[in-house]
Design a protein around this ligand. Structure first.
Ligand code: ATP
Length: 232
């Protein structure tokens, strides 16, 4: 579904992705893990088109999207849940969901579906998004992205700042949604343990390069990953 070849990205003259190559098969859940500053957010932004590629190629569904504008990628089925949720604070929960459907045909039926997926969003539908807790805002950010009816969902650190129980709940809901079919998920996380338990496959990014990759179970058992990221 997605083929990333030798992707480079830079801020000014400083290159932060040094030629990343990876592929995603349709229906996979893949985690990109790594320390602070490894380039995970930059990678997702480049895939979503909100940061330009400085080199390399992106193919999605057999088409070259390296130069495609972000809105065209959304229309093609790529949705980003940005780091720090970025909900529209003064707007109601419902209006945040409606904005997620800006590029799709999603309507009230989709909103109902989101409220079934995350019941708290139904209970709080008329409240301003800013009044939600961090975990609830994360749920709203995910639901807003799903309103675009994506086939590829990009999640940037959904666990950030949340209690372990909420993180578990969010990943369980995403797994259920994935199980319902037709969704491929790429998640970037500093929470290596939670991410690898959620994903089928993991990729460790270190200062702009892929250091290790493999099935999640193998990475969780890998001494290098355990020492560097799991505190063993
Ligand atoms: P974190 O987990 O802390 O978000 P990350 O792995 O997502 O880290 P990035 O945010 O992609 O990493 O950052 C990669 C590198 O690019 C870092 O060295 C960072 O300082 C730098 N960087 C990120 N955004 C900018 C920017 N807007 N301008 C300049 N440098 C940036």
């Amino acid at each position: 579904m997605l083929e990333v070849t030798d992707l480079r990205a830079a801020y000014g003259r400083i290159e932060v992705l040094h030629g990343v190559s990876l592929t995603l098969a349709q229906g996979e859940i893949v985690a990109i893990v790594g320390a602070n500053g490894a380039g995970k957010t930059t990678l997702l932004k480049t895939l979503a088109g909100v940061h330009p590629a400085a080199g390399g190629r992106l193919r999605y569904d057999g088409k070259d999207i390296t130069l495609a504008r972000p809105h065209a990628r959304v229309a093609a089925g790529i949705s980003l849940v940005p780091e720090g949720r970025q909900v529209f604070g003064p707007l109601s929960v419902r209006d945040n969901l409606r904005l997620g459907a800006y590029r799709s045909d999603a309507g009230d039926g989709d909103i109902t579906e989101m409220e079934e997926l995350f019941p708290i969003l139904g209970e709080r539908r008329d409240q301003p998004a800013a009044s939600l807790s961090g975990g609830q805002q994360q749920m709203l950010a995910i639901a807003r992205a799903l309103m675009a009816r994506p086939r590829l969902l990009l999640l940037d650190e959904p666990s950030m700042g949340l209690a372990p129980m909420i993180v578990e709940q969010i990943f369980a809901t995403l797994r259920a949604r994935h199980g319902a079919g037709n969704l491929t998920i790429l998640v970037v996380e500093q929470n290596v343990s939670a991410a690898l338990k959620f994903a089928q496959r993991g990729i460790v990014l270190e200062t702009g390069d892929i250091a290790v990759e493999g099935p999640s179970a193998a990475l969780l058992a890998d001494g290098r990953v355990q020492r560097a990221y799991l505190g063993h």
